[in-house]
Ligand binder design. Structure first.
Ligand code: 4AD
Ligand code: MG
Length: 463
């Protein structure tokens, strides 16, 4: 008998077919007529399949009538049109085998509704809920779209290292990687002897694959890197993780304009794929997590993104009459509250901010002719704020060296990066999209801890 995923078994084509399904019980309801309705879910799609288990089954009294949420089963039978509203078909069981019991006294998901905070304590079980199952499938879809999009745009996937000696963002928010015995070190009182450490130097978990991606962009043209990224920033917010995933395209001969166009095509493609291929999951987010999400995404796909310079944005903010917790002045970094005002109140959609002051951006961004700003671009969206940060890169050797000196970065540590400007330098640009931030935007989930399977935040790495 054919094993069907529930995504297939629920389709019209399955009606009339004999089949076997394998999954977990969501609910059991016993009918007065001496049979039971079981909702079985296998995670292949949002919906469950209703199984009708007749009282004649030999284990009806001994097992079927004891089934509860979380039990795993294999059911054989025939798919029939369903008389019940809201579902096209149901499985009439001729055989049901229990694989694993889940004691209703102790199974945490017995109760239907738990807060997202509570579910974070059960990161091993929460994917079995509607919300987290849907997030997992949408996240998978977004990853597939990322690879599809870049391949179609002739970008090559390169794998940049996770362990690195350089601080790409220059913010000093890096986790150390060491094999030195910290306890012995603490007792020794002396200075750390890095020549005794594994890599013979201080090493860290990467905050970005960009610098390494630039080496491949200036060799094979258009590349992207996509992997885990680590930041030891001590910010306990709904938008920050200590471990998150970032996709970073980098393209030779691209300027800031090309970079912005690429980012806009990229985001629209991801949204469009989600609406088309994750329709059932998106319907759920639209109904239960953020009303109107589908319409909102459709609107974003249909309209060109609004562009604004940092200076224009500062004017908008200072002239808004709004009181912000952090005051705004030219030269200060924009806070989440400012980003949200711009996207939510002022623009009412995504906005690309460009030309930030050089003093608040990393050394690698290209200095503009005004010598006060750099060719930076951030993409901001309602509800989340910044989802993309990028720039045209400084390709002029002397200018780069000056900026590194100004930010106290030793050229010695970045000699290979500087070399790219010594040998056949070209204009180039790229950006980084935070995977969890875009999943937050697509699903409407307000806390970033709920859109990554196992969140790492300050003081928390249980699983
Ligand atoms: O703006 P960021 O710091 O840019 C870079 O790292 C560049 N090197 C990217 C590049 O040009 N190749 O980070 C890029 C994006 C942010 O816009 C945000 O979406 C996400 O990464 N991000 C985080 N996501 C979750 N938790 C954090 N702590 C994040 N920090 C950045
Ligand atoms: Mg940024």
């Amino acid at each position: 008998m054919k094993w069907m995923l529930i995504s297939e078994a629920r389709g019209d084509a399955a009606v009339g077919q004999p089949c076997e399904i394998r999954g977990w019980i969501r609910t059991r309801r016993d009918s007065k007529g001496g049979f039971s309705f079981l909702e079985v879910n296998d995670g292949s799609c949002f919906g469950s399949l209703q199984v009708v288990a007749p009282g004649e089954l030999e284990n009806y009294d001994s097992e079927i009538k004891k089934l509860s949420a979380g039990c795993s089963v294999v059911v054989r039978g025939t798919i029939k049109p369903s008389p019940a509203e809201g579902q096209a078909s149901e499985l009439h069981a001729s055989e049901l085998r229990v694989l694993g019991w889940a004691d209703p006294e102790t199974y945490p998901l017995q109760k239907k509704r738990h807060s997202f905070e509570k579910l974070r304590e059960w990161a091993h079980l929460r994917p079995r809920t509607n919300t987290f199952g849907a997030i997992a499938r949408v996240r998978d879809q977004v990853c597939a779209s990322i690879h599809d999009f870049f391949r179609e745009e002739s970008f090559r996937y390169v794998q940049t290292p996770i362990i690195t000696a350089s601080d790409c963002e220059g913010a000093g928010e890096m986790f150390r990687v060491t094999t030195l015995d910290l306890d012995r070190l603490a007792g020794s009182g002396g200075p750390v002897r890095y020549e005794l450490d594994f890599f013979d130097r201080p090493a860290y978990l990467t905050v970005s694959g960009q610098l390494e991606a630039e080496t491949y962009a200036t060799a094979i043209g258009r590349v992207y890197t996509f992997g885990p990224t680590f930041r030891a920033e001590n910010s306990n917010t709904s938008r920050h993780l200590a471990e998150f995933w970032m996709v970073e395209p980098e393209a030779a001969f691209f300027d800031l304009h090309d970079n912005m166009q690429l980012a806009e095509r990229f985001l629209k493609r991801i949204f469009d794929d989600c609406l088309k291929t994750s329709a059932e999951d998106m319907e759920f987010f639209d109904q239960r997590i953020e009303k109107g999400k589908i319409e909102q995404l459709r609107g974003v796909i249909d309209k060109p993104f609004v562009h604004m310079t940092y200076s224009e944005a500062v004017e908008v903010l200072t002239g808004s009459g709004e009181t912000f917790e952090f005051p705004v002045a030219w030269g200060s970094d924009l806070q989440a509250e400012h980003e949200r005002f711009l996207t939510e109140q002022h623009v009412g959609g995504p906005v690309i901010l460009t030309d930030y002051p050089s003093s608040i951006k990393p050394f690698y961004m290209r200095l503009s002719d005004d010598e006060r700003t750099v060719a930076a671009m951030d993409v901001l969206v309602p509800g989340v704020g910044e989802i993309i940060g990028g720039s045209q890169r400084e390709e002029r050797l002397e200018v780069l060296q000056k900026r590194m000196a100004a930010q106290n970065l030793s050229e010695e540590n970045y000699w290979w990066y500087v070399d790219l400007r010594r040998f056949g330098t070209v204009p180039h640009a790229g950006f980084g999209l935070g995977l969890e931030r875009i999943i937050q935007y697509i699903t409407g989930m307000t806390n970033i801890r709920d859109v990554i399977p196992f969140p790492r935040t300050p003081g928390s790495a249980e699983f």
